[in-house]
Design a protein around this ligand. Structure first.
Ligand code: TYD
Ligand code: MG
Length: 467
C-alpha cells in the first residue's frame, strides 16, 4: 500500500517563467503574469511531497532540464520602456528592458539620485491621469523629506505637478521587508524599482553590516531574482570612490545586466553617463548632461558647454581645437596652453584633463624638432569645460596650442587639429578621421589639419607662419 502511493504519479502544471505550480492548467500564471507559460509535468507523488517543502523554483528543475536546438529558441521581442530622458534612453540601448537590473555607479554627490528622481518624475508624468503609479523609489540613503525637497527643486520649472503627487516611496533598508512589500503589492503596474543605494540594504540572514561585500552581493542576488520573476526593471545606485574600488559595486558588476558610470568633475557642470556593460545594448555610448539649479539637463551640443569661446570667434593665442570620440560620438574640444618664461630652477608643468606623461613627451618633441627652448618656460595645459581627453588623437592640437602660446600668435578661426604625434616628430593617422572631420565641418571648422596635410611636426612651424 505504502509502496503504491510512493510510485503513483501526479500531473502538475509548472510555470516556465517563475516556477509557480498548480493542479490545473491556467492560461496566465497568477504569480508572474506570463501568458501560456504553464507546462504539464508528470511527477511522482513522493517527489511532489518533498519538493513542496522547498522553493517553487526547484520544482521546475525536476523535468525541465533539456537541451535546446538553436531553432527551438524563439526570439523574444522586448518592449522597452522609454524614460523620456533621451540621453539615458540612448545609453541604455533604446529604453529600459523589463526585468533587467541596471547598476548606476558614481562618486558621491555626482548626481545619481538627481537623475533617478528625474526618471521617476518623467515616468510619472508620462502615465495617463488616474492610472496607478509605475515607479517605486526605495530611499535608504535619504529620508523621504529630503527626497521631497529635491523633487520640489526639480519640479519648480514644471507646470504640471498633479500626476506626480502619487509617486511611491519606501523608506526601508531591510531587503526582506522590501521584497515582501513588493511581492505582496497589488500594483501590477509597477515597472521600475529604484534602489538608492545598494550599500544601505542588508539582510538579517547574514552577518555583517550594510555595505559589506557579502551583504551587497546577497541583496543584489535577491533583487535580481525579484526583477526576473516580477518582470520589473531595477535601478541600483552604487557609490564608488575616485579609484572605483569601493567594495560594493565592483563585486556585483558581473551579476547585473547593465553597468552605467556617472562621471564628471564635481566642480564643473558637465556629467557623462557611460555604459561599461550592457546585455541589451551598446557599450560605447555616452550620455551628456549638465547639472543646473533645476536638476540635470540633457546636452545635445556639448561643444557649446565645453569651450571657453563661441565657435567661429577669433581665438586667443594658446587655444586649439581637436575632435575626440566619446563612445560613438565625436566631440570638438578646446585645448588651452599657456607657455610663460620660468624663473624657477625647475620649470613648472601643470597639466589638467590630459595625460601627464604624454603631455611631457609632446613638450620634449616640440623642444627637439621645433627647436624651442621650453626648458626655460613654465607650461600649463588644460582642456576646456573640465573635460578629460585620453585619446592620442589630440596630440597635434596640444602641439599647436603650445606653439601658439609660445609664439603669442593665434591660430586661424576655422582651424582644427587631429593626429597622433610620435617620438620622431611624425604625425600619424588616427581612427575614424572622416567622422571627426565631418563633425568639425558641421560646426564651421573647415581648416582640418591631420596627417593628410601635415606629416611632420616641423611643418606645423611653416604652417603657423602662413596662418
Ligand atoms: P545627488 O543626486 O544627491 O548625488 P548622488 O546621489 O550621486 O550622491 O546630487 C548632489 C549634488 O547635486 C549636490 O551637490 C547638489 C547638486 N544639485 C544641483 O546642483 N541641482 C539640483 O537640481 C539638484 C537636485 C542637486
Ligand atoms: Mg544620492
Amino acid at each position: 500500500m505504502i509502496n503504491d502511493q510512493m510510485t503513483k504519479s501526479t500531473t502538475v502544471y509548472v510555470c516556465d517563467n517563475c516556477g509557480y505550480h498548480s493542479a490545473k492548467w491556467l492560461g496566465q500564471c497568477p504569480e508572474c503574469g506570463e501568458w501560456g507559460s504553464l507546462r504539464q509535468l508528470r511527477i511522482k507523488s513522493e517527489e511532489l511531497r518533498i519538493k513542496k517543502g522547498r522553493s517553487l523554483q526547484s520544482l521546475r528543475s525536476i523535468q525541465s532540464v533539456r537541451l535546446l536546438r538553436l531553432n527551438q529558441i524563439k526570439p523574444r521581442s522586448v518592449k522597452r520602456i522609454k524614460t523620456g530622458i533621451g540621453e539615458l534612453d540612448r545609453v541604455l540601448g533604446g529604453g529600459i528592458v523589463p526585468g533587467s537590473v541596471v547598476l548606476f555607479a558614481g562618486e558621491p554627490g555626482i548626481g545619481k539620485s538627481t537623475l533617478l528622481t528625474q526618471v521617476a518624475l518623467s515616468l510619472g508624468s508620462a502615465r495617463p491621469a488616474g492610472e496607478p503609479p509605475t515607479t517605486i523609489y526605495i530611499c535608504g540613503e535619504e529620508s523621504p523629506e529630503q527626497v521631497r525637497l529635491r523633487l520640489t527643486r526639480l519640479l519648480s520649472d514644471q507646470s504640471d505637478q498633479s500626476n506626480n503627487s502619487d509617486l511611491l516611496f519606501l523608506p526601508e533598508t531591510d531587503i526582506d521587508l522590501i521584497i515582501d512589500q513588493i511581492a505582496n503589492c497589488k500594483l501590477q503596474m509597477v515597472k521600475l524599482l529604484i534602489i538608492d543605494s545598494i550599500q544601505t540594504l542588508y539582510t538579517t540572514d547574514l552577518p555583517g553590516t550594510a555595505g559589506s561585500i557579502t551583504q551587497v552581493r546577497e541583496c543584489t542576488q535577491r533583487l535580481i531574482q525579484l526583477a526576473k520573476t516580477k518582470q520589473m526593471a531595477i535601478f541600483l545606485v552604487g557609490h564608488v570612490t575616485k579609484k572605483g574600488v569601493l567594495a560594493g559595486p565592483k563585486t556585483i558588476e558581473h551579476a547585473v545586466d547593465t553597468v552605467l558610470y556617472f562621471e564628471g568633475e564635481r566642480s564643473a557642470d558637465l556629467r557623462l553617463l557611460r555604459s561599461v556593460k550592457n546585455r541589451f545594448g551598446p557599450t560605447d555610448e555616452v550620455g551628456v548632461f549638465q547639472m543646473t539649479d533645476a536638476g540635470l539637463k540633457e546636452v545635445i551640443n556639448p561643444e557649446i558647454l565645453l569651450n571657453s569661446r563661441p565657435l567661429n570667434s577669433k581665438p586667443p593665442s594658446g587655444s586649439a581645437y581637436t575632435v575626440v570620440f566619446e563612445g560613438t560620438r565625436p566631440m570638438v574640444v578646446e585645448i588651452q596652453a599657456l607657455v610663460t618664461k620660468s624663473f624657477a630652477p625647475l620649470p613648472k608643468r601643470v597639466i589638467n584633463g590630459l595625460d601627464r606623461r604624454r603631455s611631457e613627451m609632446l613638450i620634449a618633441v616640440l623642444q627637439k624638432y621645433l627647436k624651442i627652448p621650453l626648458w626655460e618656460y613654465d607650461v600649463f595645459l588644460n582642456v576646456a569645460g573640465g573635460f578629460r581627453v585620453t585619446e592620442p588623437a589630440a596630440d597635434l592640437a596640444v602641439c599647436a596650442a603650445l606653439y601658439s602660446s609660445y609664439k603669442n600668435e593665434a591660430l586661424s578661426v576655422k582651424a582644427v587639429f587631429v593626429g597622433e604625434v610620435s617620438l620622431l616628430g611624425q604625425v600619424n593617422p588616427v581612427s575614424r578621421e572622416d567622422k571627426r572631420q565631418k563633425q568639425a565641418q558641421a560646426l564651421g571648422l573647415t581648416d582640418f589639419y591631420s596627417d593628410r596635410n601635415i606629416t611632420s611636426i616641423t611643418q606645423l612651424k611653416a604652417l603657423f607662419n602662413s596662418i
